[in-house]
Every structure is written in structure tokens, then in C-alpha cells.
Write a protein that binds this ligand. Structure first.
Ligand code: NTF
Length: 810
């Protein structure tokens, strides 16, 4: 937008005075921040309304991205950048004696997601708006987001996240757009003059109240909407007479039960617990979202049969898969369509992304729970299932194992992935290798049945947040050197390659990285009082804590290094700082035990004079988007070391690459594509391949003892986990030991250990050649443009959603 410094100052002072009746000298920091936020909101509002009106007027096909999680991160700085007024605002505030960066730190970071899945949804929102696609988000306004992690004595403690403690600046409540969601009760199908109709009795009705957040594109034109629903008790149920009669407790209980639905985000990542409340959450936002979309569609005055020409709905993993049943219900029961027409519309409208092959992450609801909670949806799903079995048995005759593997209701459970696949016209994986595994193994039977539905859409990240916002100096350099065409097309980052032999550019890269590292040094000193060496290699593994992500492999290598240095304190190694950032699901004992191990190892190593500061270990508490924005630009080595075949894609890998880190990886998820881009010389690959892992799993031929018996270093490490080296309590690491000795090392940590140590040695050698290292960084940055979520979204738009970019001027 066009804004002069003087205009901004005038607007700002006025906003501050009107809102808080204060001048800039009197106002508290908090009020200064709030006034800025409110002003920016004003700036956005006009375009927001115009965008919506335009979509309706032009009857643009609109996409709704249904996702249980949106991990947005702080928004103020993104808004300033996307409005292209950051510099003006910063200068204007400076004139008024206010530091913009200090205000930015006051914004709460809404943690409405667990990890990669939620952050992907946020990157997609940014790309949709920035490219000018009519695409919105739909989810839940959790009152409490992902827990805040506190490390106490090395253990993870979970504290309640209270991001709504102060009003959230960016949301607008829309009570007039409230819809009702129905749970439980009994449903009977009754013959009426209009045909068979469901009659409900004894249901619970809940208000779904929308809160809208503007998603502003960098094109300075598009403002899409992220609509999050909050669960409330319908007003007519707040019966004051009842209250006076002494039913107060009943009322409180009811209100509590209703509001529980949007109270808290389940803290599980890549794992599933069949909790009733979670099922309610899923149905709640899906039903509310679909009802809203239908209402909006009605305003277009188009035939319901054309619904899928105007609306696309995306199911982000199986969490919203119940949309298949709910859309059918709305079309059958509310719109009065016949089954075949309703089914045709449903399949054409819905598309599904699979984000994992881990069996423990698959959502399968107990049949009885499902029936009790959403009886009408179950009826419909049973009919979908019946028809599906009929269709498939025509094709496969008596091959019951095939039918059993694909049908929705099986073994007393409702399988949500199967429902999503049967009810969608498109099914995609999130990286090439992941999609291949889906097609050839996990979903092979479905692939044979519906080959045309399967496609790959490799994940991406928005360079606006992960480069421009988090690492502005590097962004400036890339744009300056690679040309302005990069601004709209990150594929042009590749022009940066021209500077591979330019010592000035390499030096600048070095300086930028160093400055970013110094920021982290100051942060760590301030927060943990640990001194770290900015000249050391910053080796970073930040992601959720999970067995398959193998933080344990990383720690084992650190212990190995420690042992070497203890044996020979003169050993000349490149100094290294190992950073970890990871939350563990509160009931995932192994993961929590690994956190304790990291902290115990850190404590021993950081305080051992023999180590002479050659290695340090830092655990960054409460890892989330904000910490990521600090640490990723400072990373030299990006640890992407999952057991091959388990990490569907990963997106942290792309963020590090874009910020000029060298990836140390297994050939898993999108690492494979990063490797294909940068080539053998610019990445360090090690360990078992996916095929090897899958073969070992299938043949059950892996015996960790074979590895252990032949590797004294590993024997020593495992002994140290119970001999007092890292904890006086010898039982401290029993979950980890059980994971190896009891479960037999299911993620092949021991098997890949030697290869990992070797790969780490290679990193040392590479790092010692400064120029060579910087060249690797440059190559990585130049190729990272391929992994922009703009590219992913363009492909979704073209292949799955069939939507076009909207230019309002035209
Ligand atoms: C995650 N899946 C995968 O584990 C990551 O590899 C991937 O990058 C992200 O999705 C985004 O696609 C999940 O969180 C879930 F829920 F599917 F297990």
C-alpha cells in the first residue's frame, strides 16, 4: 500500500489517542503495540471486504482448506511486510521514540497446531493469498493451543497455553454467522410426503461461533479468510428461570461440556488416541464449516448440482475426513437430493491429503463411540460402505481380503483414511517418495482401484516468513543478486548460482550467518546462562520429539564424541554446538525420556572442563514458530535423520536449506528431492534407504544385538545410560533402554549409528574448508526456491482444485 511516513505517524498517534486516550509518551508498551495492531487491522479491512465481495460478484470457485491445525506464528510482522510498509512504519515509530522490534515481541504466538501438519496449513494460507487464489481456511479456535513447554531439572513439564488471555488482535467475531451442530440422540428415518426424512430426538445442539482472521497476501490485494469456530451454549438454553430454581450446577456442567469442544488442542503429533472429545472436535468444525459454505453457496443462486464447480474442499489429513459423511447428510437431508447425485457432488468436491504412513497415527474410531456421537453420519457411512463393498465385489469377486483391506467399517472400527479415499476425487502424498510408498504399499489396493485419483504434491514453505521475515538480510542479498524476478517466482533463486565463485558474495553470506548466530548466542546466554561459541558449527535438530525422527541417534553421536574427548582431551575437532528443540506428547514416555537424556547429557558436557568448550549442547525450551524463526537462520547443519520411509515429507528441511544450512540426512521424505536438486556434493546423506528399512521390517531379520556385539563404542554408550554417567538415578533412562533391548530398536538407531558418525566426520572436513562450505550454502539457497509453498499451491490449484488466480482489476 502507499503510505508515507508522515501519514503513518498521523494515523498512529490518532489511533493511540482514540483507543487509549493517551499520548505516545504516556502509553505503556502494551498499548503502543495494541494501537499499532489495530491500525494495521484498519489498513487491511478494506481490502478484506473488497476481496470477499469480488469473489461473490464474480462467482469465483473458492477452496476451503479444512484443517484441525493452523500454526500461524505471529502475524504483525508478516502483515507489515505484505503491505510493504515495514520500513515506513519502523522509521515513523522511531521518530516517535518507539522501537518496532520491541513491539513485535509483544505479540502472542498462537500455537494452534502440533508441528509440520499445522505449519504446512499456515504456509498454504499465505501462498494462496499471495498468489491471489480464492482459498480460505476452516478450523477450530482452540482456547488453549499446544502446551507451553518448561524444562525443569531436565524434564519436560507442560503448562497451559493461554494465547487468548489478552484479546487476540487479528480475529473478528461473527456471532450473526453462528450455525448449530448436532450431537448424539436417536435418529429415525420416517416416511413423509416429501420422502424419507430423518427425525431426531434427544440430541445435543451446540452453537459454532465463527471468528475470522484475515490472511493478507503479499500481492497487496487479496485478503482471504481463516475461519475458526468456537463452541458455545446456544442462548435459549441459558434459562435464567431454571437457574433461579436451583439448576445452577446443571447449567454449569452443561456449559462446561459444550465449551470443552473448543477448549484445547490435542498435543499428539503422528499418533492417535480414540478420545470421544477429539471425535466431537472433528465433527464440530467440519459440520460448522460445511453448513457455512452451503449457506454462502445459496446466495449465488446456482443449482445445487453445480456445487463442485464453485466450491472445493480440502481434507488436511484424516482429521476432517468426516466431511464425506457430513456433506452427504447436508445434500441428502437438507437439500433433498437423491443418493447418486449427492455422492457425485461429494466426490467431486472433496480432495484428501495423506500426511503419514505410521500405523499409530491412523484414525480409527470405535464403532459404538461413533454411533453414539454422530448417529446420522454413521448411518450414511454405513450406506457408503455397503455400496462400496458391492462395487468392489463386482470387480474382485470373492477376494474378501481385498475388500476387507479397503472397506470403511471393519473390525468394530470406522477407518477414516478409507472414508477419505473413497469419498474424494484426489488423494495426494506430500513428497515423491511418500506418494510412491502410498501407491505401492500402504494404499496399494486403493491405487489399483482408483489410479487416477492418486498424485503427489511435495510440501513447500513460504519464503515470505522463512526468509524475508526471519532472515531479512539474506533475503535482500538473494533478491539483489538474483534479480527482481525472484520476487514473484522463487524458482528464479537459481540465478544466485552465478555467484558461486564470487568471494564478495560468499563473504557476505558468511557475515549474515555469523550475525544470526550471534543473536542466538545472546539469546542462549540471556535465557540459560550458557556461553556458546559463535564460531562453532551450529548443528540443529528442531522438530517434534518422536522415535522415528531419531533425536536418539543424534544424542548417541554426541555421547560418542564426548567419550572420545574424555579419552583424549587434546583431540583436535571443529567446535560444535548441538541444538535441540522439541516438544513431546505428554503421554509419550519414550519421547520424554529422550528429552531428559538430552538435558542430562548437556549438563554433563557443558560443565566438564576436559571438554574445553569444544562441544556444547543446548536444549531450546518451548520450540514453536517463534523459536524456529530465531534458530533456523543461524543453523549450519540441518539434522534430518528420520528412519527412512517414516517421515512423509518434512518441511523444516526446506526452511534450513533456504537459510543456507547444509543438510545431514537420510533419504527420507523431501530430503530425497533436496538431494536431487543440490546433488551429491552439497548434502551429506547416510544410512538405510526406505527400501532397506521396509525389507528389514518385512523379513524381520534385523537383530540389534548383531550390531551391538561388534561395536564397543555403542556398548559403552548404552552402558553409560545406566551407570551413573548422566544421572545418579540408574533407572533414569529405562524407557530408552527398553526401546532398544525390549522393543528391539524399531527405528534402527543402532543400525545407522556408524554411518551417522561417519557422516558427521564428513561434515567436519567439509566445514574446515571455509570457501567450499560457503559455496555449499549458496548452492542450497539457490535451489531452495523450488520448495516454496507457492509452487506447491500452484500445483494444487491446477491439478486438484481447478482454480485460477484472481486479479481484481480485470
Ligand atoms: C506430518 N504428518 C509428517 O510427519 C511430516 O513429514 C510432514 O512434513 C507434515 O505432516 C506435513 O505434510 C503429521 O503430522 C500427521 F498428523 F499426519 F501424522
Amino acid at each position: 500500500m502507499n503510505l508515507t511516513k508522515n501519514q503513518f505517524k498521523e494515523d498512529y498517534v490518532k489511533r493511540l489517542t482514540l483507543t487509549f486516550a493517551q499520548t505516545t509518551t504516556e502509553a505503556s508498551l502494551e498499548h503502543k503495540y495494541l494501537a499499532l495492531g489495530k491500525l494495521i487491522r484498519d489498513y487491511i479491512s478494506e481490502s478484506w471486504a473488497e476481496t470477499n465481495n469480488y469473489y461473490t460478484k464474480k462467482k469465483c470457485k473458492q477452496i476451503y482448506y479444512f484443517s484441525m491445525e493452523f500454526l500461524l506464528g505471529r502475524l504483525l510482522n508478516s502483515y507489515l511486510l505484505n503491505l510493504n510498509i515495514r520500513d515506513v512504519v519502523k522509521d515513523g515509530l522511531r521518530d516517535l521514540g518507539i522501537d518496532l522490534d520491541t513491539l513485535l515481541e509483544l505479540e502472542p504466538d498462537p500455537a494452534l497446531g502440533n508441528g509440520g501438519l499445522g505449519r504446512l496449513a499456515a504456509c498454504f494460507m499465505d501462498s494462496l493469498a499471495s498468489l491471489g487464489f480464492p482459498g480460505h481456511g476452516c478450523g477450530i479456535r482452540f482456547k488453549h493451543g499446544l502446551f507451553n513447554q518448561k524444562i525443569i531439572n531436565g524434564y519436560q513439564k507442560e503448562l497451559l497455553n493461554n494465547w487468548l488471555k489478552e484479546d487476540f488482535l487479528w480475529e473478528i467475531k461473527k456471532p450473526e454467522k453462528t450455525v448449530t451442530v448436532r450431537f448424539g440422540g436417536v435418529v429415525n428415518l420416517v416416511n413423509t410426503p416429501n420422502g424419507i426424512e430423518p427425525v431426531y430426538s434427544g440430541c445435543e445442539e451446540i452453537d459454532a461461533v465463527p471468528y475470522d482472521i484475515p490472511i493478507l497476501g503479499s500481492n497487496m490485494e487479496t485478503v482471504n479468510t481463516l475461519r475458526l469456530f468456537s463452541a458455545e451454549l446456544p442462548e435459549e438454553e441459558i434459562d435464567l428461570n431454571g437457574l433461579q430454581k436451583g439448576d445452577y450446577q446443571k447449567f454449569i456442567d452443561k456449559k462446561f461440556a459444550v465449551e470443552a469442544i473448543s477448549q484445547i488442542l490435542y498435543p499428539d503429533d503422528s499418533s492417535f488416541q480414540g478420545k470421544l472429545l477429539r471425535l466431537k472436535q472433528e465433527y464440530f468444525f467440519v459440520s460448522a464449516g460445511l453448513q457455512t459454505i452451503l449457506k454462502r453457496y445459496k446466495k449465488l443462486k446456482e443449482s445445487i448440482h453445480k456445487f463442485s464447480d464453485f466450491v472445493g474442499i480440502h481434507i488436511n489429513d484424516t482429521h476432517p475426513a468426516i466431511a464425506v459423511g457430513e456433506l452427504m447428510r447436508l445434500l441428502l437431508d437438507e437439500e433433498g437430493l437423491d443418493w447418486d447425485s449427492a455422492w457425485d457432488i461429494t466426490v467431486k468436491t472433496l480432495a484428501y491429503t495423506n500426511h503419514t504412513i505410521l500405523a499409530e497415527a491412523m484414525e480409527k474410531w470405535p464403532y459404538d463411540m461413533f454411533k453414539k456421537t454422530v448417529p446420522r453420519i454413521l448411518m450414511i457411512i454405513e450406506e457408503i460402505d455397503r455400496r462400496f463393498c458391492e462395487e468392489v465385489s463386482k470387480k474382485y469377486e470373492e477376494d474378501y481380503s481385498k475388500i476387507d483391506s479397503m472397506r470403511i467399517i471393519y473390525n468394530g472400527e470406522v477407518r477414516m483414511a478409507n472414508l477419505a479415499i473413497i469419498g474424494s476425487h484426489s488423494i495426494n502424498g506430500v513428497a515423491k517418495i511418500h506418494t510412491e510408498i502410498l501407491k505401492n504399499r500402504e494404499l496399494h489396493d486403493f491405487y489399483l482401484l482408483y489410479p487416477e485419483r492418486f498424485n503427489n504434491k511435495t510440501n513447500g514453505i513460504t519464503h515470505r516468513r522463512w526468509l524475508k521475515n526471519a532472515n531479512p538480510e539474506l533475503y535482500k542479498l538473494v533478491i539483489e543478486k538474483s534479480g527482481p524476478e525472484c520476487l514473484n517466482d522463487t524458482n528464479k533463486f537459481i540465478n544466485f548460482l552465478k555467484y558461486i565463485n564470487d568471494d564478495n558474495v560468499l563473504q557476505t553470506l558468511d557475515k549474515i550467518k555469523f550475525k544470526n548466530k550471534e543473536k542466538v548466542v545472546a539469546f542462549v546466554k540471556n535465557k540459560y546462562n550458557i556461553d556458546i561459541n559463535p564460531f562453532s558449527i551450529f548443528d540443529v535438530q528442531v522438530k517434534r520429539l518422536h522415535g522415528y525422527k531419531r533425536q536418539l541417534l543424534n544424542v548417541f553421536n554426541i555421547i560418542y564424541l564426548y567419550n572420545q574427548l574424555k579419552q583424549n582431551p587434546e583431540l583436535d575437532i571443529v567446535p560444535r554446538t548441538f541444538f535441540f528443540g522439541a516438544k513431546a506428547a505428554p503421554s509419550y514416555y519414550l519421547a520424554k525420556n529422550i528429552i531428559k537424556l538430552i538435558n542430562s547429557v548437556a549438563n554433563v558436557i557443558n560443565n566438564d572442563p576436559d571438554i574445553r568448550n569444544k562441544i556444547k549442547v543446548v536444549f531450546l525450551e518451548n520450540y514453536g514458530v517463534s523459536i524456529a524463526e530465531l534458530i533456523i537462520p543461524a543453523g549450519d547443519v540441518s539434522e534430518q535423520i528420520s528412519t527412512a520411509s517414516k517421515e512423509a515429507s518434512g518441511t523444516g528441511n526446506m526452511k534450513f536449506m533456504m537459510n543456507g544450512a547444509v543438510t545431514l540426512a537420510t533419504l527420507d521424505g523431501a530430503n530425497v528431492e533436496i538431494y536431487d536438486e543440490v546433488g551429491d556434493n552439497n548434502i551429506v546423506i547416510f544410512g538405510l534407504t526406505s527400501q532397506e528399512v521396509m525389507d528389514l521390517e518385512k523379513n524381520r531379520t534385523y537383530n540389534f544385538r548383531d550390531i551391538l556385539n561388534s561395536n564397543p563404542d555403542l556398548q559403552k554408550i548404552l552402558t553409560q545410560l545406566s551407570d551413573g554417567t548422566f544421572s545418579e538415578n540408574k533407572e533414569e533412562f529405562k524407557d530408552i533402554l527398553n526401546h532398544i533391548y525390549g522393543e528391539g530398536d524399531p527405528y534402527f538407531v543402532l543400525k545407522d549409528f556408524s554411518a551417522y558418525v561417519e557422516a558427521q566426520n564428513k561434515i567436519n572436513t567439509l566445514y574446515e574448508n571455509r570457501r567450499g562450505w560457503l559455496q555449499m550454502c549458496l548452492v542450497n539457497i539457490a535451489h531452495s526456491g523450488k520448495f516454496s509453498s507457492d509452487n506447491s499451491i500452484r500445483k494444487y490449484a491446477e491439478d486438484i482444485w481447478h482454480i485460477k488466480e484472481v486479479k481484481r482489476g480485470e
